[in-house]
Ligand binder design. Structure first.
Ligand SMILES: CC(C)=CCC/C(C)=C/CC/C(C)=C/CC/C(C)=C/COP(=O)(O)OP(=O)(O)O
Ligand SMILES: O=P(O)(O)OC[C@@H](O)CO
Ligand SMILES: [Mg+2]
Length: 237
């Protein structure tokens, strides 16, 4: 079984942003989160990625990188895997297959066994990821559900990621994606900042991803979101 089938909560660390003073990766692990994913859209370099992956060395958390381009990929024994975004509603095919083609062309060391794509549906037009990929964010619930179906049924995606980076999404839309999926794991990310928002999104999605909060507020706030996500998962099981 894929590791993420058992996850409820993930912390996404942006290598382009600092952690609050004194916060370590072990502290992040100790919040009870299930994994650390390292990624972001802007300012991503191999060196910044490597720094974070190495700093995770001290903790026993599962660590995955989520590269935003081939130049941000680092290979390390510390990594549990590589989560590679494919933006299903991108306006430019570079973010669907183009960047991936270039990666396959230039990187002889791709660890296919530990590489999984994530079928992103990007829904916050204000986020850098939406701007970069020229995503069509103006989607109704049935269109989001249809993208989820296409991802799972036609493209065999194991992870569908409803991405509202920077703002809390519409639970109805997230639920529509969930209802469309059979086997795939539904990730939700965006604007989760406390117990209630984590709980609400974990009622809809399988895994709640918390990003900016760890940089802006630190460990206690993240802990609250872990509690919210885990409680909602427990109740709905
Ligand atoms: C071929 C390889 C290795 C990679 C290509 C991967 C693709 C298609 C990336 C597209 C952009 C993307 C989906 C990046 C993933 C991480 C993500 C969504 C981060 C959230 O970014 P924002 O919060 O919008 O941006 P900042 O936090 O950096 O401002
Ligand atoms: O930074 P936030 O808004 O928590 O978003 C999390 C994640 O989905 C970003 O890719
Ligand atoms: Mg961000």
């Amino acid at each position: 079984m894929n590791a993420w089938a058992n996850w409820d909560h993930v912390v996404k660390v942006d290598p382009d942003k600092a952690l609050p003073e004194g916060v370590t990766y072990e502290d992040i692990r100790a919040t009870g989160t299930d994994a650390i994913v390292v990624g972001g859209t802007t300012g991503m370099t191999e060196e910044k990625m490597r720094r974070v992956v190495e700093a995770c060395g001290e903790s026993d958390a599962p660590v995955y990188i989520e590269p935003s381009h081939s130049g941000a990929v680092v290979h390390s024994d510390r990594l549990d895997g590589y989560l590679v975004p494919v933006v299903f509603n991108a306006g430019d095919v570079a973010w669907i297959t183009g960047a991936h083609k270039e990666w396959a062309r230039i990187d002889p060391d791709i660890d296919w066994e530990h590489t999984t794509t994530e079928a992103y549906i990007v829904l916050n037009p204000e986020a850098s990821v939406a701007e970069y990929t020229q995503a069509d964010c103006d989607l109704e619930a049935d269109e989001v559900a249809a993208y989820a179906t296409v991802a799972e049924r036609m493209f065999g995606q194991e992870i569908v990621y409803v991405e509202y980076s920077g703002t809390l999404g519409d639970p109805g839309i997230v639920g529509a994606a969930r209802d469309a999926l059979d086997e795939a794991t539904l990730f939700y990310g965006g604007g989760v900042r406390d117990y209630d928002s984590a709980y609400r999104m974990a009622e809809q999605a399988d895994v709640v991803i918390v990003g900016d909060l760890v940089h802006d507020e630190g460990i206690e706030a993240v802990e609250e979101t872990v509690r919210g996500a885990k409680e909602a998962a427990r109740v709905s099981r």
